[in-house]
Design a protein. Structure first.
Length: 535
């Protein structure tokens, strides 16, 4: 009779009518996951009413049979049921194992060692356990005899059986059991797919399921909200601090500036760093944002205290001309590449003491480098067209060859991807782990003469922004090779861009027109300020 009931259950499921405009959803399954959802949300009366009205049970007949057998301790019937249901052998074995384990524990609880031994032999025979595993099982269970077991009253036994049912629920596959929170998972998957296909999505938190999700361009920075004019010559580099509270810029006027990001979104000059004799080519924030590195073009590297704006150390080494540098996550070590062939890469502490060096013929002129946020990988550009990914922990390395000269690189916030600018007017994105044979490519900007720097930005590094030789800023969604926005405002080459890591709607750009532009969202979400020059 029991198997006939199960057969009827399967017939009912297979003969269900379908739902949806394309007829892809079985009505029976749809109602069943709704009942499960109501139950998991605590609306048990509603779930029970829907079961009664629809004639559809959230738990399958097979599982209801198992539930009844387990709660009353009918272990032989439970074993027979598990042997008859259609599941993979490994799942059946796992289910039988935890049932036998419960049965063994209850025998021991009643002091019936002989019965426990007989059951153990049955486990070994039924599940074909090896001697070692069987011995281990026997030892682990028998060791419990003199501890917590032997003290179990009927209430504790029932609770233990209910826990066994929970384990079986997780173990048994559909249609016997539904995966936990199945309806929530289906809806979340649909919403996630819509978010992934949304070119402008750039906000945290839940989204409405009342309608299909689609963001407007007001989610990303598209309008100039401030123009910074304190540099007296071309601005070559900008970078927001990791906490998003500061912006650092460097210029061919031989200075670097630290700007404070105010609460309302404006930037205010905090410190002007004057010590370099040559144009300052780049800056780098320490991960804890207490220190800033500045590099003079073909000159020395300097370390500054962010709070006071004072120079704490000048890195000098005979013939080692720093071309680029990056921090390790501890904010105590930094790594620098040299623009001189064979000088290689050096790791220093904040006092200029050399910790490690990579030198020799295999380390030619280093054009740019970066360290992944976990500190495990050092990525460098050398030989103009090659990238080297060196794993600091294992000392293994991977080399990527490009067909055109590479001018700069940038790493995503999660450290999984990096982008490189090529003078072929393309940006290529590679994965750090080395799973990709080919990069993703982004096109549209202009670059064939100068060093142009791009960056990741927005929520979860979902966007890429880049400067351009045609005085514009380009923004791509990572899933689209063509730009979704082209921002006009600068009058000369845009050398570098930086996206605020904590304010996903704030972008900075540095240009040869001597200015820095701060970009914010469009009209509907625009910050409460008008484009202005901050003196």
């Amino acid at each position: 009779m029991r198997r006939r009931g199960c057969h009827n259950y399967m017939l009912m499921e297979n003969s269900s009518t379908t739902l949806g405009t394309h007829g892809l959803i079985r009505k029976h399954e749809f109602v069943r996951v709704i009942i499960q959802c109501l139950d998991s949300l605590g609306y048990r009366k509603s779930a029970s009413f829907l079961e009664s009205e629809s004639g559809i049970s959230y738990k399958s007949l097979d599982f209801e049979m198992l539930k009844s057998q387990i709660l009353c301790g009918n272990w032989d019937g439970c074993t027979d049921t598990l042997n008859e249901i259609k599941v993979k052998d490994e799942i059946r074995a796992s289910a039988l194992f935890i049932v036998f384990e419960q049965c063994l524990l209850e025998c021991l609880n009643h002091g019936n060692d002989a019965m426990a031994l007989a059951i153990l032999r049955k486990v070994v025979s039924a599940l074909r356990l090896g001697k070692d595993k069987a011995h281990s099982l026997a030892q682990s269970i028998l060791s419990l005899r003199d501890t917590e077991f032997g003290k179990m009253d009927d209430n504790i036994v029932q609770e233990s059986r209910k826990k066994l049912l929970v384990e079986l629920e997780k173990l048994l596959p559909p249609p016997i059991m539904l995966p936990e929170r199945r309806l929530e998972h289906l809806v979340e998957t649909a919403v996630s797919a819509q978010i992934d296909s949304c070119m402008y999505h750039n906000t945290l938190g839940a989204v409405s399921i009342y309608e299909d999700h689609c963001c407007g361009r007001d989610q990303i920075p598209t309008e100039t909200i401030q123009i910074l004019t304190d540099h007296k010559n071309e601005v070559w580099f900008v970078q927001f601090s990791n906490n998003g509270e500061y912006l650092a810029s460097s210029s061919s006027d031989c200075t670097a500036i630290i700007w404070k990001v105010l609460e309302e979104g404006k930037l205010m000059l905090q410190h002007t760093l004057r010590s370099h004799q040559n144009p300052v080519s780049f800056v780098a924030w320490s991960p804890d944002d207490t220190k800033l590195l500045t590099c003079g073009n073909a000159e020395v590297l300097k370390l500054w205290d962010v709070e006071t704006g004072t120079c704490r150390h000048t890195f000098r080494d005979h013939g080692f001309i720093v071309s680029s540098c990056a921090w390790f996550p501890d904010s105590k070590r930094l790594v620098c590449g040299s623009s001189d062939p064979e000088k290689g890469i050096r790791m220093w502490d904040c006092h200029g003491n050399e910790i490690k060096a990579w030198r020799g013929m295999r380390m030619p002129k280093i054009l740019d480098l970066a360290v992944t946020p976990d500190g495990e990988n050092l990525i460098s550009i050398f030989l103009d067209k090659e990238l080297r990914i060196l794993n600091i922990v294992t000392n293994s390395e991977r080399v990527i060859s490009e067909k055109h000269p590479i001018t700069s690189l940038s790493i995503s916030g999660d450290g999984k991807f990096f982008i490189v600018n090529l003078n072929s007017q393309e940006i290529h994105m590679w994965d750090v782990a080395g799973k990709w044979d080919m990069p993703l490519k982004y096109m549209g900007h202009k670059q064939d003469q100068y060093v142009i720097r791009s960056c990741f930005g927005g929520l979860n590094s979902a966007f890429i922004a880049s400067g351009s030789e045609n005085s514009q800023v380009y923004i791509w969604n990572r899933h689209n090779p063509k730009p979704i926005e082209i921002l006009s405002g600068h009058s000369k080459t845009v050398n570098c861009v930086s996206w605020n890591p904590k304010r996903p709607q704030m972008l900075a750009s540095a240009s040869d027109d001597n200015t820095i532009r701060i970009w914010g969202p469009g009209p509907s979400k625009k910050m409460q300020m008008q484009p202005e020059k901050l003196k």
